[in-house]
Design a protein around this ligand. Sequence first.
Ligand code: GCU
Length: 374
Amino acid sequence: MRLPENKRNVPSLFTCLDGTQVTTAKEWQEKRRPEILEMLRREEYGRLPDMSDVKVEMRVVAERQGGPMLDPRELRKTVEVEAVRKDRHFIFCFEVFIPRNAGKPVPAFIEICNRGTMLCDPAREHPSQFYPVEAIIERGYACAAFRTQEVAPDYEEGFHTGFHRLFPEYTQNRPDDAWGTISAWAWAASRVMDYFETDPMIDDKHVAVVGHSRGGKTALWCGAQDERIALAVSSCSGNSGDAISRGKSGESIRQILTRFPFWFAKNYQKHADHEEEMPFDQHMLVAMMAPRLVYSSTRSLDAWADPESEFESLVQASPVYELFGKEGLESWDMPYAEVPLHKGSIGFHKHSGEHDMEDYDWHRYMDFADRHWK
Ligand code: GCU
């Protein structure tokens, strides 16, 4: 196996906690992968509570095609997810858009929408590049977006609204490894996946989860935990997303925790300013996708996310794919802007400009999916 130079001194993907070395896909899957996942869960994003007494129901509450509001080529279904525990419940909705005349189940994208409703407008009165439904349908994919704010608030409120309200016993007494908001959002993305498994118009073996920035951190964490996800796409997810924390410029763990402590487990606090000693780093999050597909996009001017550190985690994660006889990233040298790397199972592009996700990025995600799925 070819190993990249370890410039940032990140912990090895292949050395288990007991010191043994992983040399086969089987050892990776059965031993090293679970211990890394557990570490990320306990130390960074937090563990969801026991959900065995939570009843989750899903229903299609509306279905519409054509008419004045919709593109005649698409069908729109509104799905309501209701989670009930004891006498408490909470609901969130998402809209699924499906090409009408595909004649066979179609692959699909789940968008984690962390921006206002206007940017993922279910009525499509405000088409947006952040969630270009019309282009996605045109290229033969279905898509669904949920709004993160409907699932768990994106501000410090003490964990008692949205998803969190199902678990009042955790409000006062939060264990250090209890879930943060990113874990709640990732849980919601997996519920969209549950729905896709029930819809005969969707090819549920080819589902991608996509998110930008905090949504990108969530997309990677969702894909790490939910092995039904065939492709995880991160746009500019930076710190605690696709960027190596050791030696990172731009945002640090200390800075992200100062503004957004509620995104993470309390345990993550102890790693602020101690990146060098962490038993994990973000290349491990990327590696959780192997042998499935993963894609990361960045922006040339996104110094806060730090493109170099984002690319470095893809390079460091690459060798895991070799255990499965696959290629990770096709080149370990950062390409120029607008030169996508699509050949390997880890895809990448850098687009010129500031922190954002637009048509250019979406078309590259779909090019990558076309290439590997069609
Ligand atoms: C802030 C935060 C980043 C995050 C970004 C976003 O800038 O510091 O970590 O990625 O918001 O979600 O847009």
